[in-house]
Design a protein around this ligand. Structure first.
Ligand code: KG4
Ligand code: ZN
Length: 362
């Protein structure tokens, strides 16, 4: 089955073609095109929803055309031509309403014109299902810094598995009993992990989004130079809270007054380690309780090298399999939407495919 995935939940416009054979094989990535309006949002230090939606409109058709060209060598020549795909998959939420609508209305129109089924996809499922995507084997688009185990999620019994989604908008722990059976265990009560990186970056004068920059600067810093709070570390639930960390760093920055490079590096190293410590503690508490066989990471923050390394070590010590998507598939992309659609193939009448900015786990 070939699926054209479309992702426009925030500031990335993604289109990808994936190919699947059966449930026991990984999803093959034929193309994965992403256009981003991040440069505009860096100028304002955050995303302005109207600006993101307008950029989605500019990018959506060229992005889809490029994905069909790259993956299937298909170009639009005549109006009666239909690309060799079996279905379209589109993100219906959560996300920014204006951005979501651009992808959804485009997907619905193409589904109608091409007479193809359409599969609505929860963006958060997408981040988890990025773990089921294999990269091209022709050397293009591979990620050499991949540290996750080479064992694939389809080769071994992995259920029950625990998924940790850590992105700019979400921090969620999800128990996965089998495909499509996802139970939300807990999440952030305030800032998401990625949001904490971004807001702390702003306090330090770093460009938006700050996750990557903080992780680079952290390499020169001392991760025990400061002792920042780890709220809810020992709470009985599986919830998180990261806004206190930002406030603690704000106070520190106000006291220090002049930030030199070493202090910034130390704050970055401590920020990163504090967030990792909390994510590790809560995830392994849930892993023990539910006796999971595997832990899966997903979302933009899952591209963090230290986070991946420390999860890999803890998993191997605990005898739990560890998976993380290739780094380029951690941040928003449409390939993960196609993969989630394949494993949760809920084809829906076009008129029932609607944007739901507040969509969550059931
Ligand atoms: O999944 P994503 O692309 O978008 C959302 O669905 O939110 O995640 C973006 C987030 C941003 O907050 C960004 O700072 C963070 O992921 N991020 C990182 C890293 N790369 C991206 N955070 C920490 N370390 C990284 N290497
Ligand atoms: Zn995302």
């Amino acid at each position: 089955m070939r699926i054209l995935g479309i992702e426009t939940s925030c500031d990335e416009t993604g289109a990808a073609v994936i190919e699947t054979t059966d449930q026991h094989s990984l999803v093959k990535l034929l193309s994965n095109v992403i256009a981003t309006s991040l440069v505009l949002h860096a100028q304002t230090g955050g995303i302005i929803p109207e600006v993101a939606a307008r950029e989605q409109l500019k990018f959506i058709l060229p992005t889809i055309q490029q994905a069909l060209k790259d993956g299937l060598n298909w170009t639009y020549a005549k109006t009666d031509q239909i690309p060799p795909i079996d279905a379209l998959a589109v993100t219906v939420g959560p996300g920014l309403i204006g951005s979501l609508l651009v992808g959804i209305e485009t997907a619905k129109t193409l589904a109608m014109v091409w007479n193809k089924p359409i599969i609505p996809v929860n963006h958060l499922y997408g981040h988890i299902y990025a773990n089921w995507i294999t990269q091209r084997t022709d050397g293009r688009d591979t990620d050499s810094s991949e540290i996750c185990t080479p064992l694939s999620v389809v080769s071994f019994p992995i259920f029950p598995a625990l998924a940790l989604v850590v992105s700019g908008g979400h921090t969620d722990l999800v128990l996965m009993k089998k495909h499509g059976n996802l139970v939300w265990l807990g999440g952030t009560r305030d800032d998401a992990a990625g949001e904490a990186f971004d807001k702390i970056g702003r306090l330090l004068g770093l460009p938006y989004p700050a996750g990557v920059t903080i992780s680079k600067l952290a390499q020169q810093g001392n991760p025990v130079a400061f002792h920042f709070p780890k709220p809810m570390l020992h709470s009985a639930d599986f919830d998180f809270s990261f806004s206190g960390l930002k406030t603690a760093i704000l106070r520190e920055v106000q006291i220090i007054k002049k930030l030199d490079d070493i202090t910034i590096a130390n704050i970055c190293a401590c920020t990163q380690q504090t967030i990792i410590d909390v994510l590790l503690a809560k995830t392994f508490k849930a892993a023990e309780k539910y006796k999971v066989k595997a832990i899966l990471l997903g979302g933009g923050v899952a591209a963090n090298e230290q986070l991946r390394n420390q999860f890999a070590v803890r998993c191997s010590e605990s005898g739990v399999r560890f998976f993380a998507p290739a780094k380029n598939l951690c941040t928003d992309n449409a390939a993960m939407i196609g993969a989630a659609a394949w494993y949760n193939n809920h084809q829906t009448p076009i008129e029932n495919v609607q944007a739901n900015p507040e969509l969550y786990f059931d």
